[in-house]
Write a protein that binds this ligand. Structure first.
Ligand code: G6P
Length: 610
């Protein structure tokens, strides 16, 4: 969480910093600020709220041929306020720091510094860094930063500037991402690629404990001992227009509509002659035959993708799959259990989620080979995993994921098919049919998107709901976890996912007249059971919206208030299609309520703190 940028070069740096922060707002948006050198002074402008407030406060100032740093915040220490906004400075105000991460020993450091007479003005952990660097400063900013970061426990990506060294920015990182864009006569520091794309696609990716010294014509990177480190140039293959709304009202709706292409690209990248090629993750015959189980670890929607993957892999590949939330897995007491011959998979759209990275490292400690499914090439997860399957979703900007999630699901389907084929739990014919169904998905999604009017109407009639239920059985239950989360994140309506058969063990007490119960029922073998569950909630006054394929729709006519029809596809693939109407439902409900759809309150897209 939190986005940082830094610029050194000839341009007016205000648009570079503010434009960069706009691209990083998905990382947090409680407050924003910049610090820059102008007129032989270090100037700090910062304020609570969105970037537009900061722009207003900057009042059109231009700063050419100088250095500056900027920050967009997701508050961890201290409420969102002008004072707690970054940059934070030393006492005399000639040194400024922006920071993404959490300094866990900040209280000890603060007391230590206070005992030396230093006065703190904010509640942030970041202010400690500014005073520490100042404390160690003896005319060389880089060595002061190096000494300061050695004192820090926790995670940080920082950018530091000071008045005495007006030609350089110092960057340093541990457990939070930091990259440097390589320009000509200019260089840019940032938390993530979108902030740089307008200027360069060539970057250095900093590794933990590295410190970078950046001037307009040089970038030098050092290890903790102060030795020079040679960096390789990483080329970003994303385009700037992927990070723009391109005529859509929100990124969320744009990205929902990009799913047919994202799914097509993700599939085609590893489909050769109608065979799935998983050599990128080294899933060869020998490994697939030898594994006895699979563990999938992830957070948020990526976790939901894992749960759906479990159903598919167990069905097709007949291998037990255990899915765990990364923040739980990493702290399993006394330590997580990984069995020998268990395949370990982490899933993360951003590749920067702190808990997922920690889970990956935990698995490495236990000697496991880690497979990652991620959308971001060059991300920490992608670099640290032994093998990586990149989803081809393109840049995802909206905080609530859509195409990121669905392409992760697709990767798990592909893994399931390969396991099934190699372990002969499906026949060659079934494998071919499986591939054919996967190929049909983009067109089916297009069809669903064309029919979005029905969902729009439903959202318009229910946006004042206080809570809703999302129920299903089997794979449908797994999909409903994501459907319900979309509604919650986007519209702030409380929604519960329940396994349809479990509802009567408690939550049914909450059903009253007109409570909306969303029901997904795409699995023929379970339809009669689900219909019984519908009757149970109908008998208590629920308003039931059932979703199923055309061919099963009549089974729901009697007991449902509304039926949403999915294109006919094999049951196994229907949950993939069902994701889209629920994304649309969350989106339109949020729009009706006037919510900030792309940046829901209290959330951040990339959760780089635990
Ligand atoms: C945040 C986002 C979610 C995302 C989760 C995991 O909570 O708001 O949309 O699913 O992080 O992110 P990852 O990048 O690891 O998939």
């Amino acid at each position: 969480m939190c986005g940082i940028v830094g610029y050194v070069g000839k341009r007016d740096l205000i648009p570079v910093l503010v434009g960069g922060l706009r691209k990083l707002e998905y990382r947090g948006y409680d407050s924003a600020g910049v610090a820059f050198l102008k007129d032989d002074r270090l100037n700090v402008v910062k304020c609570k709220g969105r970037l537009t407030n900061l722009e207003e406060k900057l009042g059109g100032v231009s700063v050419e041929g100088s250095i500056g740093i900027g920050h967009t915040r997701w508050a961890t220490h201290g409420e969102p306020s002008d004072i707690n906004a970054h940059p934070q400075t030393n006492a005399v105000g000639d040194l400024a720091v922006v920071h993404n991460g959490i300094i866990e020993n900040f209280r000890q450091l603060k007391s230590w510094l206070q005992a030396k007479g230093i006065r703190f003005v904010s509640e942030t952990d970041t202010e400690v860094i500014a005073h520490l660097v100042n404390y160690y400063y003896e005319g060389d900013l880089r060595s002061a930063v190096l000494k300061a970061v050695k004192m820090l426990e926790g995670s940080y990506a920082i950018g530091v500037i000071c008045l005495n060294e007006p030609d350089r920015i110092i960057g340093a990182k541990k457990d939070s991402p930091l990259i440097i864009g390589l320009g000509k006569g200019e260089n840019i520091l940032a938390s993530d690629f979108p902030a740089l794309l307008e200027y360069t696609k060539e970057v250095y990716i900093l590794e933990d404990n590295e410190v970078a010294e950046i001037t307009e014509n040089s970038i030098e990177v050092f290890d903790t001992l102060g030795n020079r480190v040679e960096k390789e140039v990483f080329k970003v293959d994303w385009n700037l227009d992927q990070a723009e709304k391109g005529g859509w009202e929100h990124f969320m709706i744009k990205e929902i509509h990009e799913q047919p292409v994202a799914m097509h690209d993700t599939l085609m990248a590893r489909l050769h002659d109608d065979r799935i090629d998983l050599s990128e993750i080294n899933l060869n015959e020998e490994i697939i035959r030898s594994i006895t189980g699979i563990k999938i670890v992830a957070c948020g929607s990526a976790y939901h993708a894992g749960v759906l993957g479990k159903y598919v892999i167990e069905n097709i590949g007949r291998i037990p799959v255990d899915v765990d939330i990364a923040s739980e897995f990493r702290y399993r007491m006394p330590s997580p259990i990984l069995s020998e011959n268990e395949l370990f998979i982490v899933i993360s759209q951003s590749g920067e989620t702190a808990d997922t990275i920690a889970a990956l490292r935990e698995a490495h400690k236990k000697g496991a080979k880690v497979i990652a499914i991620t959308n971001v090439k060059g991300s920490t997860v992608s670099r640290e995993a032994d093998f990586t399957m990149h989803t081809q979703a393109g840049i995802e900007v909206a905080v609530a994921t859509s195409k990121g999630y669905l392409t992760q699901v697709l990767c798990l389907y592909m893994i399931a098919a390969e396991i099934g084929r190699i372990r002969k739990t499906i026949t060659e014919e079934e494998y071919s049919a499986f591939i054919d169904n996967l190929k049909r998905i983009p067109d089916c999604l297009r069809e669903i998107l064309k029919e979005k009017g029905q969902i729009q109407q439903l959202a318009a009639s229910r946006f004042s709901d206080v809570h809703e239920f999302f129920i299903g059985r089997g794979m449908d239950y797994a999909l409903m976890m994501e459907g319900s989360l979309k509604l919650k994140e986007l519209s702030y309506i409380h929604s519960e996912t329940y396994a349809a058969g479990e509802l009567k063990h408690g939550p049914i007490a909450l059903i009253e007249d007109n409570t909306l119960v969303m029901v997904l029922a795409t699995q023929e073998a379970l339809i009669d059971k689900v219909v019984s569950n519908i009757r149970e909630v109908k008998a208590r006054g629920a308003f039931v919206v059932a979703m199923t394929m055309n061919r099963y729709a009549e089974k729901f006519e009697h007991d449902s208030d509304l039926i949403i029809r999915l294109p006919d596809i094999d049951d196994m693939f229907a949950p993939i299609l069902a994701a889209v109407p629920y994304q649309l439902y969350g989106y339109y409900t949020a729009v009706n309520k006037g919510c900030d759809v792309d940046k829901p309150r209290n959330l951040a897209k990339s959760v780089t703190v635990e």
